[in-house]
Design a protein around this ligand. Structure first.
Ligand SMILES: Cc1cc2nc3c(=O)[nH]c(=O)nc-3n(C[C@H](O)[C@H](O)[C@H](O)COP(=O)(O)OP(=O)(O)OC[C@H]3O[C@@H](n4cnc5c(N)ncnc54)[C@H](O)[C@@H]3O)c2cc1C
Length: 376
């Protein structure tokens, strides 16, 4: 049986980033059930980086990830990981007071967040119907992320530092050995390690159950997305991501086409989730109501799972009920934009170190992320 220092279960963005930051310090084995890492949530995102998205903890971890994304280590990727997009929340007249309060809150966090009038919105996104674009909150530094390059960069860097990735290695049994440490049985053989990192995304409570560890109450939520042609004669390249004040739809340019979503959050069991026709129809109806876009054809559609615990913060830290069992889960709709800081945090905590100073300065606290807060 192969023995190592740390086994990471799941090679999506979470497991890959943890492996990247841990591998220089520990022998790391990354176990992935699928033939290709990135098949699940990581390969199905909308690829946006936004410092105003999510709760205060998520925002702090997103900001802590900024230096890595804006100035990655040399050789991490051969082109920029993030490119300017901007993010615009639009509201009707009745949304104005709530939107203005939101702008004040976000502006205190990210000073260049702007209040936009109807004129500003229509100039930048001329397809908006004026009554649905009475006012807006614009985040200029929201970015498109190259998710594939980021994920591959983490995996490549982890391997270069000695980590081993085993695909088609679905974990079937996890047993705490009497001598201490974990025996992990997979479809690709058995492995032993004193520390197991649970980065299994939507399946993290199932993996915990295999190890006899109390669940954290993870709820995977389906989100559907699709692409459609850009309107004829319209240069969409400079459009930001547009989301409505109720968060009932969004759309953004994506490599020459428009990516759209009803921004749904439908609770489902962990699975290889597929898009529902109804989700697409709902998005088309909402977007056609808010804009002059006419969506004739869906080019490609997909769905992915955004997995949340009750307070919508991630879960990072050792389980209190099982020595050496480490949670790295609950990334929700923010797992790409938070990955560098989550990986650094995991590497620190697994090694018995405190929250890194740069993150602590932004208000990231181990107790806000620990599994303990959910397990009572
Ligand atoms: C439509 C959509 C839009 C999104 N937009 C954004 C966005 O704009 N910005 C952003 O930051 N985030 C976004 N997200 C969220 C982001 O995609 C996720 O938070 C992130 O990918 C989660 O990464 P993960 O590694 O935890 O999960 P996953 O990528 O799902 O990886 C978990 C891995 O664990 C493996 N696994 C599970 N069980 C086992 C087992 N028993 N043995 C071995 N391996 C196992 C799985 O095969 C899987 O590969 C979006 C998500 C969706 C669905």
């Amino acid at each position: 049986m192969q023995s190592t220092d740390v086994i990471i279960i799941g090679a999506g963005m979470a497991g890959a980033s943890a492996a990247y930051f841990l591998a220089p310090h520990r022998r790391v084995l990354l176990l992935e059930r699928e033939a290709q890492p990135g098949y699940h949530a990581t390969g199905r995102s909308a690829a946006m980086y936004s410092e105003t998205y999510g709760n205060a903890t998520v925002r702090a971890i997103t900001t802590a990830s900024k230096p890595f994304y804006f100035d990655p280590p040399q050789g991490f990727a051969d082109h920029p990981l993030v490119t300017p997009r901007g993010s615009l929340m639009v509201g009707a007249a009745q949304d104005q007071d709530r939107m203005h309060a939101l702008w004040q809150e976000l502006h205190a966090l990210v000073p260049n967040v702007q209040w936009w009038t109807q004129g500003d919105i229509l100039q930048r996104v001329p397809v908006m119907r004026p009554e649905m674009a009475h006012c807006g909150v614009f985040e200029p530094d929201a970015m498109d992320m190259d998710v594939h390059a980021i994920h591959q960069g983490f995996l490549r860097g982890a391997k270069a530092a000695g980590a081993q990735l085993v695909c088609r290695a679905g974990v079937q049994h996890i047993q705490r050995e009497l001598a201490g440490g974990w025996r992990v049985d997979t479809a690709a053989g058995s492995f032993f390690s004193p520390i197991v990192v649970n980065a299994a995304g939507a399946w993290c409570d199932e993996v915990a159950q295999l190890a006899g560890v109390a669940p954290v109450g993870m709820v995977p939520k389906r989100r559907t997305a699709f692409t459609t042609e850009a309107p004829a004669g319209c240069d969409i390249g400079a459009w930001p991501l547009v989301i409505d004040a109720q968060e009932s739809f969004y759309f953004k340019p994506d490599a020459g086409v428009l990516l759209m979503s009803p921004a749904n959050e439908d609770a489902v069991s962990p699975q290889d989730v597929q898009p529902e026709e109804l989700d697409v129809a709902i998005a088309v109806d909402r977007i056609e109501t808010a804009t002059t876009l006419q969506i004739r054809q869906v080019r490609r559609k997909w769905a992915g799972l955004r997995s949340f615990v009750a307070d919508k913060s991630p879960v990072v830290g050792f389980a209190v009920d099982a020595p050496g069992f480490f949670w790295l889960a609950g990334q929700g709709g923010y797992g790409i934009q938070t990955a560098p800081a989550m990986g650094q945090l995991t590497a620190a905590l697994v090694r018995g170190l405190p929250v890194p100073d740069a993150m602590a300065a932004l208000g990231v606290r181990a107790e806000d992320l620990s599994a303990h807060r959910l397990q009572g």
